[in-house]
Design a protein around this ligand. Structure first.
Ligand code: FES
Length: 152
């Protein structure tokens, strides 16, 4: 049995588990593309399924859609990401993930020092004011009323 070369947005949503609204968003962002029928309905190349799988995998890794779009732009239009393409992209993102994990571990260490403390000190607490960077802005709670006139 030969599969049709194109699928509807409903079929793409059903096969990928991605809502049609998200698929239309991906299309507006240039991550996937479709052609329109004479009745103005979207038709996607079957290869779009793998593009959507690529987008979802990257999304679950926390890769920004703009970055995913830059990578997908390296593929010719309508072409599916291959296993090798995904391997290369994921290898590049692995370093970014490692860096993000290190940042989160540092944040967790700072947070661990805060657990049970409650001081919320601008001088002592590394989460409230890392490196006391707000001291140059003057005295008082510099972030508590961002964009809002303080009461009193
Ligand atoms: S709340 Fe006291 S050190 Fe963060």
């Amino acid at each position: 049995m030969t599969l049709p070369p194109e699928i509807t947005i409903g079929e793409l949503a059903g096969r990928s588990g991605v809502p049609a609204s998200a698929l239309r968003f991906y299309e507006r962002q240039g991550l996937i593309d479709s052609r329109r029928t004479t009745g103005n309905q979207r038709r996607y190349a079957r290869a779009t399924l793998r593009r959507v799988a690529f987008i979802r995998a990257a999304h679950h890794l926390g890769i920004p859609l703009s970055v995913v779009g830059e990578v997908l732009a390296l593929l010719p239009a309508g072409e599916a990401p291959t296993r090798e393409f995904w391997a290369r992209a994921s290898a590049c993102w692995s370093a970014e993930l490692d860096s993000r994990i290190e940042r989160l571990e540092r944040m967790r260490d700072r947070f661990t020092r805060c657990v049970g403390c409650g001081c919320l000190s601008f001088q002592e607490c590394a989460l409230v004011n890392p490196g006391d960077v707000l001291s140059g802005e003057g005295a008082g709670a510099r972030r508590l009323f961002d964009g809002v006139t303080p009461p009193g």
